[in-house]
Design a protein around this ligand. Structure first.
Ligand SMILES: Nc1ncnc2c1ncn2[C@@H]1O[C@H](COP(=O)(O)OP(=O)(O)O)[C@@H](O)[C@H]1O
Ligand SMILES: [Mg+2]
Length: 253
């Protein structure tokens, strides 16, 4: 379906991209500690898509998605998210853009230990100026949807790893961001919970104008993918779609 673009300078095809990252270079450290984490990586994801990123440990997956999410500065290349260019934006502008448009589930969850679960999940709504009462009602709904009803006033440290991960997922979805980025979202989850979470993420990806990108090593997740990007040594090596995607999914089961 083609619709009018609301972006000022994007043509039809570009407007359907949720993410368009070109020739991204990212260098960490200096001298002996210098690591080139991204060596000209090209990555794109479409609106309405659940897109997986796979590749060996250390190949740059987390770095790439941190750049796209606006949590990490990069050295070279161009990044567009929903047609908005992040190049040359001030840090404060990127932070504002991220708060409104991006939900990020970190590998280490990054929950706030002094806040209870409802308060943790409310954070993105409060940062966007939603009233506390409304935010906490919405947070309670999300807590139920990730299967943790009854644990509203617990603190993150009172939960198992899998439960903490589900809270992190609820927090990433609560403000209905257009882009959800998940770094290994199902790694600590048992099989039933993993599928429940993937159903939630698939629903989020399918909503109009939205996109979910997931970094994963978990073959159970592969069958949910619309496309899969394969990374290696700081670069994107292939983007799998159609028949090659089916072959990849079946070869890993
Ligand atoms: N903050 C950092 N400081 C220095 N090196 C880093 C940092 N983050 C990542 N790296 C290095 O960059 C490379 C890519 O890391 P990363 O993006 O975390 O890979 P992946 O998520 O695919 O496992 C690795 O060599 C890693 O050691
Ligand atoms: Mg990683």
């Amino acid at each position: 379906m083609k619709t009018e673009t609301n972006g000022s300078n994007s043509n039809g095809a570009a407007s359907e991209l949720a993410i368009d990252a070109r020739s991204i270079v990212k260098v960490f450290g200096l001298g002996d500690a210098r690591t080139v984490a991204l060596k000209g990586a090209n990555f794109s994801a479409r609106q309405g898509e659940l897109h997986l990123v796979v590749g060996p440990s250390g190949c740059g997956k987390t770095t790439l998605l941190s750049v796209v999410a606006g949590t990490l500065n990069w050295d070279e290349g161009k990044v567009q998210v929903f047609g908005t260019s992040l190049d040359g934006m001030k840090r404060s502008e990127i932070t504002d853009f991220r708060r409104r448009n991006v939900g990020f589930i970190f590998q280490q969850f990054n929950l706030i230990p002094t806040l209870n679960l409802i308060e943790n999940i409310s954070v993105p709504l409060l940062l966007n100026g939603i009233r506390r009462r409304t935010a906490e009602d919405k947070a309670g709904e999300l807590l139920k949807r990730v299967g943790l009803a009854g644990k509203e006033t617990k603190r993150p440290t009172q939960l198992s790893g899998g439960q903490q991960q589900r809270v992190a997922i609820a927090r990433a979805l609560v403000h209905e961001p257009r882009l959800v980025i998940c770094d290994e979202p199902t790694s600590a989850l048992d099989s039933e919970t993993g599928h429940q979470i993937m159903d939630l993420l698939t629903t989020a990806a399918r909503a109009p104008g939205r996109c979910v990108v997931i970094v994963t090593h978990d073959p159970r997740v592969y069958s949910y993918a619309d496309r899969i990007t394969q990374m290696e040594d700081g670069r994107v090596m292939a983007v799998l779609d159609g028949e090659p995607l089916q072959q990849f999914v079946h070869s890993t089961h």
